[in-house]
Design a protein around this ligand. Structure first.
Ligand code: PSV
Ligand code: MN
Ligand code: MN
Length: 424
């Protein structure tokens, strides 16, 4: 299904008065309102192809119906999200879960929905049906050169698919690690990983990047070969200018100061971008901003400050992507919530009074520094996000619109109730 402009205009019209009143109230206090709205208007967050179906746990999976049954239908779903919020103009594919068999047609379909392709993701954490060698004991770090070669070739194939779709980056996440002390020689595992990544790096087109993701544990529970940002950064540094570190918010041990990591990676020119989600206990892949929105704001505060210091364009300098999964919520609603949460945090960070903050920092005025951040964080910026969406032709209230237009109901009619999205 496709949303018509008049349908969106009609919905917005019904809410126009209330919105205007709320918007005027907040906007009156913001001196750089035009700049904030402009930045929000060009800010987009890519949607992962694997998040459009209901997730699940190893204990069960409860589908909601009307799920996309093909890559084409996943693109259609991202098209719907983008039509509603005008902030999700890209899709990120995981190979081989979502192989573009006819890349020309897939690219054309995406373009019809105003979408392009974000980073492509390789998968050497599962064995595929006709695969010769197993990744049971790892892939790029494996002790057996033949397994490493197979995994390298897979990554090069992913780059090939990405080229056809005009992606510009490959994301590599490895589950490689060990389950028990003694299983692995850490140094050899790291060196094997580096050598394998070097071969993949050598296959990158000139205008491509490789993003190295880290994660402390799961599925391995003693060590992970790229377990934290230090290990990822070390690899990225050794690989060269096209390599950098991807931060998935759920891939940190509880209490980690993620905003500090982000700040320093950015300073070093080694921040690839984000996999946004939220986390209560581990890599929970919860809706962005659902558990710790203050942390999200603090991350954006570092991003805005650090990018401005380096003259970087907020919207295009790094990769912005969601990596979440939804066990009980409608995937589209969940993704809409996630994008809203990201835009809210970004808008709040844009409101921080930087001059006053620098003065407070230089005076060691701890109380005032905290007040300045919280002043921005406690501003209700939702009308600003809504206004930016409105100006782009999106809806004032994406989730409300999704429900009012009975989009899921229509998708169920089209696709059926008993659908299982391809992929995960
Ligand atoms: C691993 O937990 C991860 O965050 C990586 O980004 C994978 O590509 C993705 O999840 C798979 O769901
Ligand atoms: Mn991730
Ligand atoms: Mn993850």
């Amino acid at each position: 299904m496709q949303l018509e402009k008049y349908t969106i205009d009609e919905l917005n019209h019904q809410q126009a008065k209330k919105h205007q009143w709320r918007f005027n109230g907040v906007a009156a206090d913001i001196s750089n309102i035009d700049d904030v709205l402009k930045k929000l208007g060009v800010f987009n967050i890519a949607i992962p192809s694997w998040a459009l179906g209901t997730g699940g746990t190893r204990f069960g999976r409860f589908s909601g119906g009307g799920e996309p049954r093909s890559l084409e239908e996943k693109i259609e779903d991202v098209g719907l999200i983008h039509a509603l919020n005008k902030s999700s103009n890209a899709i990120s594919l995981h190979i081989p879960w979502d192989i573009p068999k006819n890349a020309v047609a897939i690219k054309a379909l995406a373009a019809q929905h105003g979408l392009h392709f974000d980073a492509v993701n390789s998968n050497t954490f599962q064995d595929q049906k006709d695969q010769k060698l197993s990744y049971k004991f790892g892939s790029l770090h494996h002790i057996d050169k033949a397994v490493r070669k197979q995994a390298i070739e897979h990554n090069i194939e992913v780059i090939k698919y990405g080229r056809q779709l005009e992606s510009k980056a490959i994301s590599v996440w490895l589950s490689d690690g060990s389950n028990f002390p003694g299983q692995l020689n850490f140094r050899k595992a790291f060196q094997n990983t580096l050598e394998s990544l070097e071969e993949i790096y050598a296959a990158l087109p000139d205008d491509w990047k490789i993003w190295v993701e880290y994660k402390p544990y799961e599925p391995n529970f003693y060590s992970t070969t790229i377990g934290d940002w230090g290990q990822s950064y070390l690899l990225a540094n050794k690989l060269g200018a096209k390599a950098s570190t991807l931060v998935d918010l759920g891939h940190h041990l509880q209490g980690t100061n993620i905003e500090q990591i982000v700040s320093l990676l950015l300073m070093e020119g080694k921040l690839a971008g984000f996999h946004f989600n939220d986390s209560k206990y581990g890599d929970d892949d919860l809706t962005v901003g659902s558990i710790n929105p203050y942390q999200l704001f603090l991350i954006f505060n570092e991003l805005v400050e650090g990018m401005d210091a380096k003259g970087m364009d907020h919207a295009t300098s790094i990769g912005w992507m969601i990596d979440a999964s939804h066990n009980v919520k409608d995937p589209i609603e969940d993704l809409l919530q996630s994008v809203q949460a990201i835009k809210i945090a970004y808008a709040q960070a844009l409101l921080v009074d930087k001059t006053a903050l620098v003065t407070a920092q230089n005076n060691n005025d701890v109380t005032l520094a905290q007040e300045i951040l919280q002043q921005a964080y406690r501003t209700d910026v939702r009308p600003l996000v809504a206004e930016a969406s409105l100006r782009n032709g999106g809806t004032l209230d994406p989730i409300g619109a999704f429900r009012k237009l009975n989009i899921r109901g229509n998708l169920i009619k089209e696709r059926g109730l008993k659908t299982v999205a391809t992929g995960l």
